[in-house]
Design a binder for this molecule. Structure first.
Ligand SMILES: *[C@@H]1O[C@H](CO)[C@@H](O)[C@H](O)[C@H]1NC(C)=O
Ligand SMILES: *[C@@H]1O[C@H](CO)[C@@H](O)[C@H](O)[C@H]1NC(C)=O
Ligand SMILES: *[C@@H]1O[C@H](CO)[C@@H](O)[C@H](O)[C@H]1NC(C)=O
Ligand SMILES: *[C@@H]1O[C@H](CO)[C@@H](O)[C@H](O)[C@H]1NC(C)=O
Ligand SMILES: *[C@@H]1O[C@H](CO)[C@@H](O)[C@H](O)[C@H]1NC(C)=O
Ligand SMILES: *[C@@H]1O[C@H](CO)[C@@H](O)[C@H](O)[C@H]1NC(C)=O
Ligand SMILES: *[C@@H]1O[C@H](CO)[C@@H](O)[C@H](O)[C@H]1NC(C)=O
Ligand SMILES: *[C@@H]1O[C@H](CO)[C@@H](O)[C@H](O)[C@H]1NC(C)=O
Ligand SMILES: *[C@@H]1O[C@H](CO)[C@@H](O)[C@H](O)[C@H]1NC(C)=O
Ligand SMILES: *[C@@H]1O[C@H](CO)[C@@H](O)[C@H](O)[C@H]1NC(C)=O
Ligand SMILES: *[C@@H]1O[C@H](CO)[C@@H](O)[C@H](O)[C@H]1NC(C)=O
Length: 472
């Protein structure tokens, strides 16, 4: 008796789950695999499917149809699947989606249609009745635009992936979609960002516009993006930016402006970006920073300035903050005169920057800034001399480098000795704020120039430094 009750009870316990298990595996479409672990998932990827199966298990929670040869989605193509949350159709050959194709999927959260290069155009009612959709992937579908009202029902949409299409402007349908948090628009053909392109996107955290053809950004184009954290604008055709382009983006943590055509950095661009940690300005044509350009970037950790046309980096661009983050400065024609002495000291102190090749003055060209030794006369830094070589050195990278390297090594050795002697002598003198100011004796410099002269004579290149020789 008790056994019967127990068995009945046991069956009763199983009952609500049993049909689910049977439905998921029993009504699994041919050539698909259906598994029921917690939820029913239907796997039909890479099975050369040409037409959709007549029926899917009505318990299906996820369906994967990637990498088949589907061409066409009819109305209600998937029947009624009330539990379906995720549907993936990536890498097919879909060329037409009938309006209403996704009817009957009221709980779909994620729809992936990426890499269907024949889609090209979408109807206003393509996604009708997908009221809970949160994530939509339409990347690489050869889209030219999207109808303005296509997302009228998708009020829950958070992530929109539409990279690698043919958009020439930011699709107008995005306007006012306040629930969007991530928008991927990279690798399109967008030429401008209008003042109203991104209106009302007040919850956007991630915006990718990289690798477009953007040359114009209108004033206030980004003004509603108050929550933006990661912003990619790199690899476009920007020559300049509006004075207050990023005003009010006070939550921005990373902005990438690399690979554009910027020449000057205005002091107003970044003035509100108090949370900014990473700034990319690499691969532009930067020559000039306005004083205080990085002022107020109190959270900055990394600054990428490599591959530009920079000859100098005045310390005043950072003031009043004292920047001690990581600096990337390689591939610039640095002018290693006394203007960069602060950087030389900064390199030594923080070890956060290296690879700063000097292009001038010619006596140090080819050296790294870390190898340059600044001489001092009467406490004032003396620029490394400009060698006026009468015959141009043909192989810049080898001959001159070796030559300059030799000079610099000799200079360093000379200075090192000099420094030890001066330091000893001045140990009980007035407080000195830097080692350099102690290495200021005229005799020391004469010794340096003698070495220089020797080297130069050795190279049979004469006719400079005559002033110095006179002094000595
Ligand atoms: C299974 O479905 C439930 C609700 O239907 C959902 O909360 C859960 O995340 C799903 N689990 C998986 C692994 O998809
Ligand atoms: C994909 O569809 C297009 C047009 O609908 C057709 O020209 C092309 O041959 C198809 N490609 C494959 C691999 O089926
Ligand atoms: C954003 O989501 C909320 C809650 O789901 C909804 O009430 C609101 O209408 C949505 N906003 C828009 C612009 O769709
Ligand atoms: C991008 O702009 C450049 C220069 O204006 C032009 O040569 C190129 O064709 C454009 N590319 C596209 C995809 O429109
Ligand atoms: C960049 O700054 C320099 C020096 O102030 C100025 O002469 C030049 O016109 C500026 N260039 C641009 C594109 O603003
Ligand atoms: C830095 O911030 C202060 C206060 O918010 C502001 O007054 C100042 O103009 C900003 N600096 C620059 C260069 O904009
Ligand atoms: C770099 O700047 C120099 C002058 O400072 C200019 O002659 C040169 O054309 C610039 N190069 C590029 C690639 O802009
Ligand atoms: C050294 O500095 C003193 C005072 O600043 C000045 O009078 C003197 O002319 C300077 N000497 C040289 C060689 O510059
Ligand atoms: C470099 O030498 C040439 C000829 O030898 C001379 O005309 C020129 O003025 C010199 N330049 C400098 C900066 O000394
Ligand atoms: C430094 O002092 C030592 C002796 O104290 C002396 O032999 C040496 O020549 C001095 N070096 C220079 C560069 O004056
Ligand atoms: C240097 O000054 C300190 C006190 O400031 C003194 O104790 C020391 O004897 C002095 N040394 C020399 C060599 O004058």
């Amino acid at each position: 008796m008790s056994l019967v009750i127990f068995t009945a009870y046991f069956l009763l316990l199983l009952l609500p789950h049993a049909p689910a298990i049977w439905s998921c595996t029993r009504s699994c479409p041919p050539s698909c695999t259906c598994t029921q672990e917690k939820n029913c998932s239907v796997l039909c990827d890479r099975v050369s499917m040409i037409d959709l199966p007549k029926e899917f298990p009505c318990e299906a929670a996820s369906i994967n149809l990637d990498k088949n040869s589907l061409k066409f989605l009819s109305e209600r193509a998937f029947g009624t699947l009330p539990l379906l949350r995720s549907l993936s159709l990536d890498h097919n050959n879909i060329s037409f989606i009938t309006p209403g194709a996704f009817k009957g999927l009221p709980n779909l959260l994620e729809l992936k249609l990426a890499h269907n290069e024949y889609i090209r155009y979408l109807h206003t009612r393509t996604f009708t009745s997908l009221k809970r959709l949160e994530r939509l992937d339409l990347s690489d579908c050869n889209l030219f635009n999207m109808p303005d009202r296509i997302f009228i029902e998708q009020i829950s949409l958070k992530e929109l992936l539409v990279f690698q299409n043919n958009f020439r402007r930011v699709p107008g349908t995005l306007r006012g979609m306040e629930n969007l948090t991530h928008v991927y628009l990279e690798r399109n053909k967008i030429e401008a960002v209008a003042y109203n392109s991104l209106l009302g996107l007040s919850n956007l955290k991630y915006l990718n516009l990289q690798e477009n053809n953007i040359s114009v950004i209108h004033d206030e184009a980004f003004k509603d993006l108050l929550r933006l954290e990661n912003f990619y604008l790199n690899d476009n055709l920007l020559v300049d930016l509006p004075q207050e382009a990023f005003k009010s983006l006070s939550n921005l943590k990373m902005i990438n402006l690399g690979g554009n055509l910027l020449t000057n950095v205005s002091k107003t661009w970044f003035s509100d970006l108090v949370e900014l940690e990473v700034l990319y300005l690499d691969r532009n044509r930067l020559v000039y920073f306005e004083e205080g350009a990085f002022q107020n970037l109190t959270s900055l950790i990394t600054l990428h300035l490599n591959s530009n046309n920079l000859t100098t980096l005045p310390f005043t661009v950072f003031e009043p903050i004292y920047f001690i983050g990581r600096l990337y400065l390689f591939r610039n024609p640095w002018g290693c005169s006394c203007g960069l002495k602060w950087l030389r000291e900064w390199m030594d102190s923080y070890k956060l920057v290296r690879d700063i090749p000097c292009a001038s003055p010619s006596s140090v060209a080819g050296l790294d800034l870390s190898e340059v030794v600044y001489a001092h006369l009467n406490g004032t830094c003396v620029d490394p001399p400009e060698l006026n070589l009468t015959t141009p050195v043909p192989d810049y990278t080898t001959t001159e480098n070796k030559f300059n390297s030799l000079i610099s090594k000799l200079l360093q050795q000379e200075l090192r000795e000099e420094m030890i002697n001066s330091t000893n002598a001045l140990r009980n003198g007035t407080q000195q704020d830097s080692a350099e100011s102690q290495v200021s004796a005229v005799p020391g410099l004469c010794a340096l120039y003698k070495v220089l002269l020797l080297v130069l004579l050795f190279q049979a290149q004469i006719g400079f430094l005559s002033d110095c020789i006179n002094v000595c």
